[in-house]
Design a binder for this molecule. Structure first.
Ligand SMILES: Cc1cc2nc3c(=O)[nH]c(=O)nc-3n(C[C@H](O)[C@H](O)[C@H](O)COP(=O)(O)OP(=O)(O)OC[C@H]3O[C@@H](n4cnc5c(N)ncnc54)[C@H](O)[C@@H]3O)c2cc1C
Length: 565
């Protein structure tokens, strides 16, 4: 059997390696247009920031390794330019010489990825405007930072006080994870960074109130955000700088511009071969990663996947799914019945020592597709036992089905161990767990790592209390309808308070029940919802109609107070 794999990075390389492990006899050719196979594109922003100092660290395995260890004919600088599915051939062009050769295949795997979106805006090709997709991209950015613009020309060669560089300015366009990671790294390189984002929030996959926390955090660490504004074009300015012009009429001068407007599936070859393209613009594949042509498979950022929670076709450009899909395609090619389960979009981004992570559906996605059978909770548990040094709060939003408690999605932000909570929840979600399962999950615990009630258990307990009716909840968007009871201590009210709320501290509540109405619903607030839970339980058992306002004052003010906790 002869298999040709187009694209030699995440999906392609993992398909090639798996295929060889399963079939020692197959002839495997892996072609990669660029100079490197199997490189760590996820590490590129950190090479810009010098966190990963050596470029060679990004090169996980080179073409020689594929040849010697896997007997894969790995060809770099080799572009697939034409597919002829009827003849089962591919035309390959040597990028350096231009020479074109034709190879036949029995099975073909497409893993061409998704190039960065580069709109045809005026001035987009000016020097100093970069994208972050490949090793050569980051090399060019690093060279530009060191000596590329006239503004900085030669300064890297000076010594002593002359190396005190003028403050340099960077504009990053796009508030997704590549834009944000690059923005952080440019801050580390001493740039004043402005991030321009067309939407009204950064990190589009998460809900706005969670994104706003991240926005407050990155702004405090030196990234200026310009939301609700799109880029309109670029103009050459003095000293080699570029003026970034926005749709609202603003102009931001920049010594370097990073385009991070998202990615678009590469369907060039697929279209040429007449393969089915889905409604989201990606290559349509079945659960075996097979395209509409039974001998052609496609994996990675170029394909549409079924959203694991909503069942909708979606584009999810992540390394984990790409690697798994490459492996599945290899399995299927050798006759195994492997299937891709769909993608949950489980992601994490690290920013200035903190992390934002998420899995499954967001509330805005559920609203967009008209799902009403869901409830959400907010909680702010410590990352580990509060008495052990270094505990930091985690802001969590957990979304679950009202009717049966099934977990639908989760988002978490914090400075310590956010990843393991979302990873645990991601696994639970994929296994079809309910919030009742989260209550019972047995997780690692010693005080430096977690709590006897881990945040994952805690989320399950809070959600299950809601579903069992032990803790009816309400949300701030409907708070004006109820009687607001604040059970915090008066000193806390001096910091932040909800107008019109009556204050009865929890410790006094049993003695002061006479001050509360019996004919109105009482919405109970505290800082995070925990004391309000106890108060709600007291009130319910004393015959009052009461609800806990989910997440308390923290979910009302979110961004401003959370990180200082
Ligand atoms: C800066 C950056 C940071 C990222 N960080 C993360 C992260 O932290 N976590 C995460 O999960 N994901 C991250 N990703 C996304 C992740 O890297 C991708 O989802 C993953 O690499 C997709 O794998 P793929 O095989 O589909 O495409 P790619 O890895 O992009 O590989 C496609 C390759 O195909 C080659 N190719 C295309 N067409 C042809 C052709 N006709 N002939 C020959 N070769 C061709 C291209 O040159 C390219 O090298 C990041 C991506 C970038 C760019």
């Amino acid at each position: 059997m002869k298999v040709i794999i187009v694209g030699g990075v995440a999906g392609g390389a993992s398909c090639a390696a798996r295929l060889r492990r399963l079939d020692e006899k197959a002839e495997i050719i892996m072609v990669e247009r660029g100079p490197y196979v199997s490189y760590a594109n996820c590490g590129l922003p950190y090479h810009i920031g010098d966190v990963i100092e050596k470029e060679s660290s990004l090169l996980v395995a080179d073409a020689n390794t594929f040849r010697s260890q896997f007997a894969v004919d790995a060809r770099t600088g080799c572009e697939a330019i034409k597919l002829s599915p009827d003849k089962k051939t591919v035309e390959l062009r040597n990028v350096a010489s231009g020479e074109v050769t034709t190879e036949s295949y029995d099975k073909l795997v497409l893993s061409p990825g998704a190039p960065s979106i580069r709109p045809p805006l005026p001035g987009i090709d000016l020097p100093g405007i970069f994208e972050v997709r490949t090793v050569p991209d980051t090399r060019a950015i690093r060279e530009w930072i060191e000596k590329g613009s006239l503004f900085l020309a030669g300064m890297h060669k000076y010594s002593g006080f002359q190396t005190l560089r003028p403050k340099t300015r960077a504009v990053v366009i796009g508030g997704g994870f590549i834009g944000l990671e690059t923005a952080e790294n440019l801050v580390h390189r001493g740039f004043n960074v402005i991030l321009v984002e067309m939407g009204d929030q950064i990190l589009a996959p998460i809900d706005p109130e969670m994104a706003h926390i991240v926005e407050g955090y990155v702004e405090r660490h030196g990234i200026r955000l310009a939301l609700n504004d799109g880029v309109a074009g670029f103009k050459q300015a003095a000293n080699g700088a570029v003026d970034v012009l926005t749709k609202s009429g603003k102009s931001y001068p920049a010594d370097i511009v990073i385009l991070a407007l998202g990615v678009r599936p590469d369907t060039t070859l697929a279209k040429m071969a007449g393969l089915k393209i889905g409604e989201r613009g990606g290559i349509r594949v079945d659960e075996h990663m097979r395209t509409s042509n039974p001998d052609i498979f496609a994996v990675g950022d170029a394909v549409e996947v079924k959203d694991f929670v909503t069942g909708e076709w979606s584009l999810i450009a992540l390394a984990g799914p790409a690697n798994r899909q490459g492996r599945i395609a290899a399995d299927v090619i050798v006759g195994r019945d492997s299937r891709f389960r769909g993608s949950q979009g489980t992601s994490i981004i690290g920013l200035f020592g903190a992390a934002a992570a998420w899995t499954g559906a967001s509330e805005k996605t559920l609203k967009r597709i008209g799902v009403k059978d869901y409830e959400k909770i907010y909680l702010y548990p410590n990352s580990h036992a509060g008495y052990y040094p270094g505990a930091r709060p985690i802001a969590m939003k957990v979304i679950f089905r009202k009717s049966d408690g099934r977990l639908l999605g989760a988002q978490a932000l914090g400075e310590d161990n956010v990843d393991k909570r979302i990873s645990a929840l991601a696994m639970a979600l994929q296994m079809g767990a309910t919030v009742y399962d989260l209550e019972e999950a047995e997780l690692c615990y010693a005080p430096q790592f977690g709590s006897a009630k881990d945040p994952v258990n805690f989320a399950g307990m809070v959600a299950a209390d809601v579903l069992r009716g032990d803790m009816p909840i309400s949300h701030w968007d409907s708070a004006e309808k109820g009687f607001l009871l604040d059970v915090r201590e008066p000193v806390e009210l001096a910091v932040e308070s909800a107008p019109s709320a009556v204050n009865i501290p929890l410790g006094q509540l049993r003695a002061r029940l006479g001050e509360l109405p019996r004919d109105r619903e009482i919405l109970v607030i505290c800082r995070s919802g925990q004391r309000a839970y106890s108060a709600t339980r007291i009130l319910l058992q004393k015959g009052f109609k009461a609800r806990n306002l989910a997440g308390g004052m923290l979910s009302r003010t979110h961004a401003s107070t959370f990180w200082e906790s």
